[in-house]
Design a protein around this ligand. Structure first.
Ligand code: C2O
Ligand code: CU
Ligand code: CU
Length: 471
């Protein structure tokens, strides 16, 4: 096993008690570790070429005596940050040094199916492959990559395999703002400080560990000046937590979703981020007295989880005051988003639970995922409208591969409410008993998965696939 130095996860402080009391504890309060970018080996502008290796690694979470075994990309938890540009030709050499087959899925990115790490294209243990794709000219946003092998996605992700991708645009209206990246991931340790296997409750409700990490660190410190405006990109890379984020002492504006910027900034009090989702926010340092200065997660009540009900605010990061800065301008408009028009095809996608059948407990339109069954066909370039229904006791965050969609409406207690603003997304939470209506177009032909992004549900069958045919 390679040894990760402390910088990779940044742990250097004395241990403090975890919320679980008796279990293992982690150091906290260190400065937010930066995501380490993957070096571009291409010498030519417009090209990115890099190397990713998935392998076991041991990390010193609390000093050198006891190391925790992870699976990681390039020995880093989370994996290296891929910084790409619109229009780039991308080539990634990949080596699988895990004891299981794996793939790399480019979550949210407009990548052809043959390069998208589908479960049909596993890289065997000891094997290698290249992923090659060209990015379109209008896809700037925050994406991520993670494994997608048949039946082992959850395990490989919770052992540490996930990394952030940023696709930049030369015409970015917010490029004058300093950026921070926050990749949220879940860590569940057993009493020996090793990564715990999923138990029955995890398999049902989705895995939730004792720790929610940000860039691999627990409760880190984020520096912000009074008056300063920062752009934060936030990834929810946890297996199953629906996280309601808030920054009560500061000003918060939502400026971007999964597929990049919104048309205009929106003032918000909190932000619900389900597993797989990303957001871009602009934070303005206000340090309002009497309010917690940190980044907190608030209880989210809709989905009924049995083993991990959060009842009070939890601190995810502290925000510490670093002097005073002038407040940079925030443009009133960010981007044009044209609404998708009249659909050429409509479908109803029903997510349901059937706990009586241990072999097929999570279903889409009554069926459990079968890699060798095609659940429908579509046409490239045709507008699809999908009504996604959670006929279920839990929330199920719905995700579609290969493109971005627009949410048109969501039901609240069964009554449709129009979506208030346009945004490009590839994950939308469908609360228990509710419905979401969305539209999209696939630009490339081939097989695309859609599934619940609670990875335990996906692995247990809440996934289906549709073949888009050229027209
Ligand atoms: Cu992020 Cu099919 O997944
Ligand atoms: Cu995906
Ligand atoms: Cu689910």
């Amino acid at each position: 096993h390679a040894a990760v130095d402390h910088a990779a996860m940044g742990h250097s402080m004395a241990p403090a008690a975890a919320k679980s009391g008796s279990g293992p504890s982690l150091p906290h309060g260190e400065p937010l570790p930066a995501l380490q970018p993957l070096a571009n080996q291409a010498a030519v502008a417009g090209q990115f070429s890099g190397r990713l290796r998935a392998a076991p690694v041991s990390v010193a979470l609390w000093g050198d005596q006891r190391r925790t075994g992870f699976w990681a990309y390039n020995d880093s938890v989370p994996g290296p940050l891929l910084e790409l540009w619109e229009g780039d030709e991308v080539e990634l050499a990949f080596d699988n040094r895990l004891p299981q087959p794996t793939t790399i899925h480019w979550h949210g990115m407009p990548v052809p199916p043959a390069q998208d790490g589908n479960p049909h294209d596993p890289v065997p243990p000891g094997g290698s492959r290249h992923y090659r794709f060209r990015l379109p000219d209008d896809c700037a946003g925050s994406y991520w990559y993670h494994p997608h092998p048949h039946g082992h996605t959850a395990e490989q992700a919770y052992r540490g395999l996930a990394g952030a991708v940023i696709i930049r645009s030369k015409r970015d209206p917010l490029r004058h703002l300093p950026e921070k990246y926050l990749l949220l991931s879940d860590l569940k340790l057993d009493d020996n400080g090793q990564i715990a296997a999923n138990d029955m409750a995890d398999l049902h409700d989705g895995r939730e560990g004792q720790f929610l990490l940000i860039n691999g660190a627990w409760q880190p410190q984020i520096a912000l000046a009074r008056g300063e405006r920062q752009r934060w990109r936030i990834w929810n890379a946890s297996s199953s937590r629906i996280i309601k984020l808030a920054l009560p002492a500061h000003e918060l504006q939502l400026v971007g979703s999964d597929g990049g910027l919104l048309a205009a900034p929106r003032d918000i009090d909190s932000l619900l981020l389900s597993p797989g989702e990303r957001a871009e926010v602009v934070v303005t340092g206000r340090f309002h007295a009497g309010k917690p200065a940190g980044l907190i997660s608030q209880p989210y009540v809709r989905g009924k989880r049995m083993h991990a009900e959060q009842t009070q605010d939890e601190t995810l990061a502290s925000v510490v005051e670093h002097g005073m800065r002038p407040t940079l301008a925030l443009p009133a408009t960010l981007r044009d988003i044209a609404p998708l028009g009249i659909p050429g095809h409509r479908r109803r996608i029903v997510l349901s639970e059937n706990m009586a059948d241990a072999r097929a407990p999570f279903l889409i339109n009554g069926r459990s995922y079968d890699m060798h069954r095609i659940d429908g066909t579509g046409e490239v370039g045709r507008i699809e409208e999908w009504e996604v229904v959670a006929d279920a006791h839990m929330d199920h965050p719905f995700h579609l591969h290969g493109t971005q969609f627009q949410v048109l409406a969501r039901s609240v207690d069964g009554i449709w409410e129009d979506e208030l603003f346009l945004a490009w997304r590839d994950v939308v939470n469908v609360p228990a008993g509710e419905m979401v209506r969305l539209r999209f177009v696939q630009a490339l032909p081939g097989l695309r998965m859609y599934h619940c992004h609670i990875l335990e549900h996906e692995d247990q069958g809440m996934m289906a696939q549709i073949d888009f045919l050229p027209r």
